[in-house]
Design a protein around this ligand. Structure first.
Ligand SMILES: *Cc1c(COP(=O)(O)O)cnc(C)c1O
Length: 352
């Protein structure tokens, strides 16, 4: 196992040096009814939301800690994965100096965040079968490369990366490896959460936006070593997870069986959809999926996309992405939505 990574040396010097904002509620974590709270200039009239939310989201972290078998100090919550990823950039990447590595075709936010933070993006294309080119990656990065993003299952390709390739990258890359597990609940592969203890440079991100059905509340989750989480905590906005989101997330995390049922149903629907799509002549290939969406190669992606919009069906045209010529990405809907999709696709003319 690798032991040479020094997190303190990877972090930006200004972040190491800064003194975080201390909020009024840091000292009084419990909203104990016996206290009189006159510390935060809130309106005292109780409407259920007149108090600031818990800045450390202790109740939520307790449930997640139990559910995922990770200690509370190894969890950071963000306003969507987007905030989590942005915090990682701002702790570790020095603007106009450092770089990150991504493996296109992949999730667009990594590069956007790099641009926002004035950080260079090194791109190492996935192989033709959408796997990481391990040697290519290790050759392409230098010591300015602070972060390597591995999205598995990957968006938009829908497949998971080989565990052996991921492990080799974690072992050999000299910065932090972020595994984006937004689609892990749909996957046949195991989460990397159980390996956090083995790799001090590993960060795993998950979200309530996909399998948990709560894209609207914006809750992203970051799991890493206590040391990394402490640094992210230093710069996060004090009340970044609002009270309504915390309450809704708590309720949903206690409904594991319902979430599991929905995931099973989505996976069944994916299989059905796949079988039906195979019979449509202008669909040339359906890529194997380990997520809740399918990537399809069609005859003319732009035209098929427009035809579907005209019929009131919105899918994602990914044909401008590298290795994704004429590809559409289709989310698996509920049974009714999928039937509408299939019927509409069958009714389109076979050749354009
Ligand atoms: C959907 C998605 C997310 C989720 O982002 P949120 O900000 O948590 O909604 C993260 N990563 C990938 C690759 C995604 O496709």
């Amino acid at each position: 196992m690798k032991t040479m990574i020094d997190i303190k040396k990877l972090a930006r010097p200004n972040v190491m040096a800064l003194k975080p904002y201390t909020s009024a509620r840091d000292d009084f974590k419990e909203m104990n009814a016996n206290y009189v709270f006159l510390d935060a200039n809130e309106n005292p009239f109780n409407n259920g939301l007149n108090r600031y939310p818990d800045p450390q989201q202790n109740k939520l972290k307790e449930i997640l800690s139990e559910l995922k078998q990770v200690s509370k100090e190894q969890i950071l919550l963000g306003n969507g994965s987007d905030e989590v990823l942005d915090l990682i950039f701002r702790v570790f990447c020095e603007p106009n100096k450092d770089s990150i590595a991504i493996l296109p075709p992949t999730y667009g936010m990594y590069e956007v965040l790099a641009n926002v933070n004035a950080v260079k993006t090194i791109k190492i294309m996935l192989t033709e079968d959408f796997q990481p080119n391990v040697e290519g990656i290790l050759n392409a990065v230098d010591n300015t490369a602070k972060l390597l993003f591995l999205c598995s299952p990957n968006n938009p390709t829908a497949n998971s990366f080989k565990a052996s390739a991921i492990e080799e990258l974690i072992q050999s890359f000299q910065g932090l490896v972020i595994i984006d597990e937004a689609y892990i609940d749909f996957s046949t592969q195991e989460s990397w959460l159980s390996r956090l203890g083995d790799f001090p440079n590993l960060i795993v991100t998950q979200t309530l936006s996909k399998a948990y059905g709560l894209a609207g509340i914006r809750l992203g989750i970051c799991y890493a070593s206590k040391e990394i989480i402490a640094l992210l905590n230093k710069i996060k906005p004090p009340y970044n997870i609002n009270e309504l989101t915390q309450q809704k997330a708590l309720t949903q995390l206690q409904k594991a069986p319902q979430v599991q049922d929905e995931v099973s149903s989505i996976l069944e629907q994916r299989e059905l959809l796949q079988k039906e799509l195979e019979n449509i002549p202008y669909i040339e290939y359906i890529y194997p999926s380990d997520a809740n969406f399918l990537l399809l190669k069609v005859d003319h992606a732009n035209k098929r996309y427009e035809q579907l919009v005209t019929k009131g069906i919105v899918v994602r045209n990914r044909s401008k992405e590298p290795l994704c010529d004429n590809c559409l990405r289709i989310t698996v809907g509920n049974s009714k939505e999928n039937q509408i999709l299939i019927q509409t696709l069958k009714n389109l003319e076979t050749s354009l």
